[in-house]
Design a binder for this molecule. Structure first.
Ligand code: PGA
Length: 223
């Protein structure tokens, strides 16, 4: 079995203490799963990254952290921005290109190119989110997620993409990149199994179903 990657995207949910509580509730489940076959990346809000990083280090947990955004600028006079060098203190990865950044912050490919360059220059891994195949931007990324907006649980109908269609898209993406390919959009306990038949699928980007420790743990145990 190929190693499966599970990325939890908490969006603007949870305070720092709620985030640490989640990780403490998840940790007993981690003893029961085969961690040689799984990689777990949690993307809490920025305000929770330091507390989560400390808790994970103190308890030596097999969880990596990702930020949900990164400034397109280096450290400097950019009020409200958080630079890659500042994220690097607490996290190993950053999400770039998420549909909600495209929709609500009007971010576009040129912003993402700058962000990838900032993340890379500070040694952060990049999880690049694509809404469709036209969003493909760079070979210099660690994980590519295919996440059609219509499938995101909090966007419109929020209907998970058909697994056969996901497999077709991933097969085409595989011709363009060697990076592990993930699917995101309304991944839940009742549909996660359907995606495992996709030959090129390496894992999932999970929003709503990652907010409760027991629901996320059940997804981790599903393969
Ligand atoms: P969802 O969110 O799992 O709630 O659809 C996924 C995402 O937006 O990353």
């Amino acid at each position: 079995m190929n190693k499966k990657i599970f990325i939890a995207n908490w969006k603007s949910h949870k305070t720092a203490s709620q985030s640490v509580e989640f990780i403490s509730l998840l940790s007993p489940f981690l003893e029961k799963i085969d961690l040689l076959q799984k990689e777990i990346i949690i993307c809490p809000p920025f305000t929770a990254l330091p507390a989560c990083a400390l808790y994970i280090a103190e308890h030596n947990l097999p969880i990596k952290l990702g930020a949900q955004n990164v400034s397109r600028f280096p450290e400097g006079a950019y009020t409200g921005e958080i630079a890659a060098s500042q994220i690097k203190e607490f996290a190993q990865y950053v999400l770039i290109g998420h549909s909600e950044r495209r929709k609500y912050q009007l971010e576009a490919q040129n912003d993402f190119a700058d962000k990838i360059q900032q993340a890379r220059s500070h040694g952060l891994g990049v999880i690049f989110c694509m809404q469709n195949e036209d969003d493909y931007l760079s070979d210099d990324i660690d994980y590519v997620t295919y996440e059609p907006p219509s499938a995101i649980s909090t966007f419109g109908v929020g209907k998970a993409e058909n697994a056969v269609h996901v497999a077709e898209i991933l097969a085409r993406l595989r011709k363009r990149t060697a990076a592990p390919l993930l699917y995101g959009g309304s991944v839940k306990e009742d549909n996660i199994q359907s995606y495992f038949s996709a030959e090129n699928l390496s894992g999932f980007l999970i929003g709503s179903a990652s907010l409760e420790a027991d629901s996320f743990a059940r997804l981790l145990s599903s393969c």
